[in-house]
Design a protein around this ligand. Structure first.
Ligand code: GCU
Length: 584
């Protein structure tokens, strides 16, 4: 799905800001006619979660109504007009001037509707958000704790199957945008490198049957272009960039890809996209970027912010990238769901490597509700890849995090997902992040073996040395059997800011220093380990339980307020970050 942009032939209006909001605990909004609009709402921010903003709504995961009004922009009378939501968690139903536009299920991925019944003036946009959590959703909640599914977490409120707070709301910008009726519908860009030449394969999918396309790539003193007739609703063409400047963390060279569609000799649509020429591949037990081995240093993260909950926050987006750069990280995983498109655009510009992950966290294969979970998971895998596949920063797909893969049937379900992902994008490695390791029935499907390991925390408790030994032995055994690259998706320890102990004890800052230091040194010494991500960049909100002080996961290297713990400097030294004048 194309990201909405202003161009010479496209215009957008961002409806972010203050909307009107009402909780609907009794589910009476439809009966009360709120689909046409409602009175007596309270202010809410879009994008943001309602849980930390609205009094009494922190643990409310039911239905709530949003409303805003807008005027059809001048000059849009003969355009195709759509309304696009970047993410609504969990289910959205959308009306415009009382006319149902449609519904969408699942957070973290965009959806859009044609703005039927749009008026010239006084348009009322109403969104019913259902934040309910349950066993038929992805991610799931209120799961059966069948021993075979091995849910290790203690009882928690809300009873999610995962370790982050299930924030609800309209979490990313709502955009109204106009195009001609003959327009670009989708774009797929794939790059190859032959010698010093960059080959850019461009596939266009169009609406309204425009006749021709002109594709131009410019940058670094070069401009190349090609034209093609559009057969039926698509066209494919390859452009060659002599002496291409490749995209990499060290030199995130981008080119400007411009597409013009024509009909009757007139340009009817124009779109542009920054692209990067690079290759990513698995070669034996190495991960190669542009043919050279890379080592991923970085973090698992969350979109989790004070007051905003999971709502898109450009402020924190910029700060988190500054922190990662300061500490010397070159990558992160979008744990445990697709992140905002704006984050990937920034990663393209800064040269940050991203493992893009579906919302399928702690998937389990108990028959109860399984068909629903599988349906949603497949829809999310396809939507994630179709959304993110043109970003050079995305180097790998993670289809799931910590699935409960003891049941034999899990292997078949994962094989289906791998086939889907590889069909949608044959250019990138595909994995999922396992906690079971050798007991995971689907592990061998992965191009890169990805493991979460907390030895010295959840096992070998309080004994970092024993944990390191056990981890080393385990990784050597998995590598010896699979001969594949191994990536550590998570390692870390809960660390209460300001808690100190000598000798170090668990939860103290000193323990985090020693744990991260020992683990990073071990993993750096294993050539088949292609990277390791600390869990987590920052402390984040979780459900309440006896293992989450004040509803927080404290494994952050930085606090939720983005202040460094003691270990941040040690990690910076280990990762050889360039000394910058600015402290975090
Ligand atoms: C798991 C899981 C994370 C969780 C972490 C923890 O590995 O993937 O989502 O936060 O453990 O327990 O801290």
């Amino acid at each position: 799905m194309l990201y909405p942009r202003n161009t010479t032939h496209r215009q957008l209006v961002d409806l972010s800001g203050l909307w009107s909001f009402r909780l609907d605990r009794e589910g009476r909004g439809r009966d009360l006619g709120w689909t046409h609009g409602f009175e007596a709402g309270e202010p809410i921010v879009v994008p943001a979660s309602w849980n930390d903003l609205v009094t009494g709504a922190r643990d409310y995961f039911g239905e709530a109504w949003y409303q805003t009004r807008f005027v059809r922009p001048w000059g849009w009378h003969d355009k195709r007009i759509r309304i696009r939501f970047g993410s609504v968690n969990y289910h959205a139903t959308v009306w415009l001037n009382g006319v149902l536009l449609g519904e969408h299920e699942g957070g973290h991925l965009p959806f859009e509707f044609d703005a039927l019944a749009l008026r010239e003036d006084h348009n009322t946009l109403v969104v019913l958000v259902d934040g309910a959590i349950g066993p038929n959703r992805v991610p799931s909640a209120d799961v059966r704790r069948d021993p075979l599914d091995n849910f290790m977490r203690p009882e928690q409120t809300p009873d999610t199957s995962h370790d982050f707070f299930p924030y609800c709301g309209i979490h990313r910008p709502v955009i109204v945008y106009a195009t001609a009726h003959q327009a670009l519908a989708d774009l797929v860009v794939r790059t190859e490198v032959e010698g010093d030449r960059g080959l850019v394969d461009v596939r266009l999918h169009t609406d309204g049957a425009p006749e021709g396309a002109r594709v131009t790539i410019s940058g670094h003193g070069q401009t190349v272009w090609r034209e093609a007739a559009i057969g039926a609703d698509r066209a494919a063409l390859t452009l060659e960039l002599p002496e291409a400047r490749l995209w990499s963390p060290e030199e995130p060279n981008l080119y400007d890809l411009r597409i013009e569609l024509t009909s009757g000799g007139t340009v009817v649509d124009a779109y542009h996209q920054a692209i990067g020429v690079r290759t990513i591949a698995v070669d034996g037990d190495r991960l190669l970027l542009n043919g050279h081995p890379i080592h991923l240093r970085g973090f698992g993260r969350h979109e989790d912010f004070h007051l905003a909950g999971r709502g898109y926050q450009p402020l924190t987006l910029v700060k988190d990238h500054a922190l990662m750069r300061w500490v010397g990280a070159n990558s992160y995983r979008t744990s445990h769901y697709p992140y905002a498109e704006e984050a990937l655009e920034l990663a393209d510009q800064l040269g940050v490597l991203v493992i893009s992950e579906t919302p399928c966290v702690e998937m389990y294969f108990h028959p109860d509700g399984l068909d629903e979970r599988l349906r949603v998971w497949e829809m999310q895998t396809q939507a994630l890849i179709e959304r993110d596949r043109n970003h050079p920063c995305v180097i790998m797909w993670s289809l799931a995090n910590e699935p409960h893969n003891r049941r034999p049937e899990a292997e078949g379900h994962f094989a289906h997902q791998f086939r889907l992902a590889r069909a949608l994008d044959p250019t990138r490695p595909v994995t999922f992040v396992s906690y079971l390791g050798e007991d995971d029935v689907a592990l061998d499907l992965c191009d890169v073996i990805a493991l979460n390991r907390y030895r010295g925390w959840y096992s070998e408790v309080g004994d970092i040395g024993a944990g390191i030994e056990r981890l080393s032995t385990e990784l050597d055994a998995i590598h010896a059997r699979t001969r594949k690259p191994i990536f550590i998706g998570e390692f870390g320890v809960d660390t209460i800011p300001g808690m100190h102990a000598e000798p170090p004890v668990m939860f103290s800052e000193e323990y985090q220093v020693d744990f991260l230091d020992a683990t990073i040194r071990l993993l750096d010494a294993k050539p088949y380990v292609v990277g390791a991500h600390i869990w987590n960049l920052c402390d984040f909100a979780t459900a309440q339980s006896i293992t989450r002080v004040a509803g927080r996961n404290y494994k952050g290297l930085f606090t939720r307020e983005r202040q460094p713990k003691m270990a941040a400097r040690r990690v910076r030294e280990l990762w050889h970050a360039p000394r910058s004048e600015e402290e975090p």
